[in-house]
Every structure is written in C-alpha cells, then in structure tokens.
Design a protein around this ligand. Structure first.
Ligand code: KG4
Ligand code: ZN
Length: 375
C-alpha cells in the first residue's frame, strides 16, 4: 500500500507545501516566496519573512491539497482520507518563520489525528535526489538541466552528499538511505552566503547566486582582459582541514577587490561580469575538490549534490568534468533545479526514508538545530 506524506516547509523566506507518495513520487508541490519583498531591504528581514509566512501558509497548503479527493471536500476531509503522515521542518532556520509552519502542522495533525514527523531542513535537502523527476521541470535554467540529471537512477552506496545552501555547506557519508554521518562543513560563511554577498556588492540586489551565474555567462562572451591584481584566494585546501570549508576570507577578498575597482572607476559591466566569473570559478572549485576528496577517502560510489547552490550550472558541469577523469566510476546525482532551492518535496521524502513520528507536544521550532549527524 502506498504512503502519502503532507509536508510543510517555512524555515526562511519560502512557504512551501507538498504531498509526496512513498518518498519518491510528487503528487503536488506549491512554493510561495517572499523574495521580492526582501529586495528593497537588500536582504532577508526576519520579521518581514515571518509575516509573509503567516499570510501564505494556509493558501499554500490549500492549493497543495487541490489535486487530492474531489472539489466538495474540505481540507480536513482531504487530509483525513488521503494523507498518512504530516511532516514539518523544525529547524535550522529563522524562529519567526519556523513557528508558522510548525504551528500549522501541529494544528493539522491534531485536527485530523495524523502522526507528525519533525524534519531537519539541511539533512532533508539531500533527499531531493531520491525523488523521481518528471522531466517537465518548468524552472530549468537555459534548458540545461537535462545535461546533469540522468533520470531516476538508483543510488549506489556508500555515497558522499554535499548540501550547499544559503546557510550551510556540509559533507555527509551515506551508507544507505537512512544511515548518515557528518564529515565536515563550513567553519564560517556558507557558499550560498558568499554568492549572495558578492551579488549585493556587485549591485545585483537580492539576486544571489543565480545573478552571479548569469553575469558569469556574459563574461565568457566578452573579451575583457583578465582581472588586475591577484586572483581570489582558494580557501582551505590544505590537508589539516581536509573536509571543512571556509568562505569568509574569499568574501573579504571580493569586498577589497570591488572597493578598489570602484575607487578607480573600473567597475564597468564587463568588469562585473569578469568578477562574477572569477567568484563562481573559485567557489565551485572548492566545492568540487573537497567533495572528490571525501569520495576518495571513503571509496564512495556516488555523489549526491543538493541545496540552493546546486542549481548552479557551472557547479554541475564541473562535477561532471572532474568525475569523468576519475579512475573508478562514480555516479553523479543532482536534483532538477526546481528541487534544489527550498520546497517541501524533499521534506516529505526525508520524512519517508528517515523520519520518526513523535508526539505533537515534542514538535518544536528549533532555529539552531544541529546538522552534525554522528551516526
Ligand atoms: O537551499 P536554499 O534555497 O535556501 C537555504 O536553505 O539556504 O538556498 C539558497 C541559496 C542562496 O544562497 C542562493 O544564492 C543560492 O542558493 N542559489 C544559487 C543559484 N540558485 C540559488 N547559487 C549559485 N547559483 C545558482 N544558480
Ligand atoms: Zn534550504
């Protein structure tokens, strides 16, 4: 018999709900984003994010349930009849935002008498790789998604999983669909944060890594001379921090470079494109190198890439290029772009494969929930 999970995600500035069958089949998925609201403040304002979550949560869940049952049924009837478990992100994330999803999920679980599963957002990201993709992903960038997504192959274990998002850059070893161990992570900024801060410095507002990616593509088409001065530092490639990351030095180097160029009136569009290219190359180099190091150390058979930054086309391309040079074959899995950035599909998938139902009273928003799984 199949099992349907209704998942709710509200850890940051996206409000998302999804129904997923058996952890792999998307029945329905809705994402409402308050990105645009944050644009004018130059970053996410937690109070604004929380207020937007509150406005969006019921419409998002209602829309997500539309494909279930028939039009005459209300939300409660649909859930009672078609849903087996409620899953919800409890952390890490912004307290005000998390509370909205958590309280909504608890209320639904109590009203419908369904078991509830608390989910760690960062660990859940990697389960986007377990979801079967229908190849009609409307959010593909440049149609290039097919290039890196070979459909629905079974995942070979042990696998190395890199979760690379706005707040996290973490490496895990997976022995099967459930057992995982944290191997290392960023000791300061996350890769996504470095993309986001660079985007703001270069005048792309809240456009983040996607804006950098697009500008970097323009660079290749121009014939501007290489950047003046030293290349950007590649952080933490030494052996002592073999599977840790650090991006704060890179961020400072970019700040210095942009400030100097600005003072010399050299910050032209072409220069911005060149800088975007260089930043993207540096960040993606580190991510690929560290992940391949983890693969070698653990004799892994597969790589699972996930998190918002895994939407980056250059990162996907670089992984494929480097993996092709390896002596032993390694499978590369990356979700379609629409499942890389925040949504509730992977929350449901995680709940299916690794979640444990708990009493409603034990489900609490936990902003600083640890991602360092040790067993
Ligand atoms: O996973 P996510 O949606 O939210 C968090 O859990 O943090 O990740 C958001 C991050 C942001 O830093 C954003 O700039 C980055 O993902 N991102 C990208 C791209 N698309 C989103 N970074 C690089 N290239 C992209 N195409
Ligand atoms: Zn995320």
């Amino acid at each position: 018999m199949s099992m349907n999970i209704l998942a709710i995600e509200s850890s940051c500035d996206e409000t998302a709900a999804a129904v997923v069958q058996d952890g792999t089949k998307i029945i329905s998925s809705v994402v409402a984003s308050s990105h645009a609201m944050h644009e004018k403040y130059g970053g996410i304002v937690p109070e604004v994010a929380a207020r937007m979550q509150l406005e969006s949560v019921i419409p998002t869940i209602t829309e997500c349930l539309l494909p279930l049952g028939n039009a005459s049924q209300n939300m409660r009837e649909k859930i009672s009849e078609h849903i087996d478990f409620i899953a919800v992100t409890v952390g890490p994330g912004l307290i005000g935002s998390l509370l909205v999803g958590v309280e909504a999920a608890k209320t639904i679980a109590l009203a419908t008498n369904k078991p509830i599963i608390p989910v760690n957002h960062v660990l859940a990201h990697m389960y986007a790789n377990f979801v079967r993709s229908e190849r009609n992903d409307s959010q593909q960038i440049n149609g290039n998604d097919k290039m890196t997504q070979k459909d629905n192959r079974e995942i070979q274990f042990p696998a190395i999983s890199l979760v690379v998002s706005g707040g996290h850059t973490e490496l895990y070893l997976l022995n099967n669909e459930k057992e995982m161990r944290w191997l290392g992570g960023t000791i300061d900024d996350a890769a996504g944060e470095c993309f986001d801060k660079t985007a703001r410095l270069l005048g792309f507002g809240h456009g983040g890594g996607l804006a950098i990616q697009e500008a970097a593509t323009r660079y290749k088409k121009t014939d501007i001379s290489p950047l003046p001065g030293k290349a950007l530092p590649i952080p933490m490639l030494s052996n002592e921090h073999v599977l840790d990351f650090s991006f704060s030095g890179l961020k400072t180097a970019i700040l210095r470079k942009v400030t100097a160029l600005d003072e010399q009136h050299l910050l032209s569009d072409d220069m911005i494109a060149a800088l975007s290219y260089e930043v993207q190359e540096t960040i993606t180099d580190v991510l690929v190198k560290k992940t391949l190091k983890a693969v070698a150390l653990h004799n892994a058979k597969a790589i699972l890439l996930s998190g918002g930054v895994s939407a980056n086309l250059r990162l996907r391309e670089k992984f494929l290029q480097k993996i092709a040079l390896l002596a032993a074959p390694v499978d590369f899995h990356v979700p379609p772009v629409s499942l890389c950035t925040d949504n509730a599909v992977y929350i449901a998938s995680y709940a299916h494969f690794r979640g444990v139902p708990v009493p409603v009273t034990e489900v609490n928003a936990t902003p600083d929930l640890s991602v360092e799984v040790l067993s």
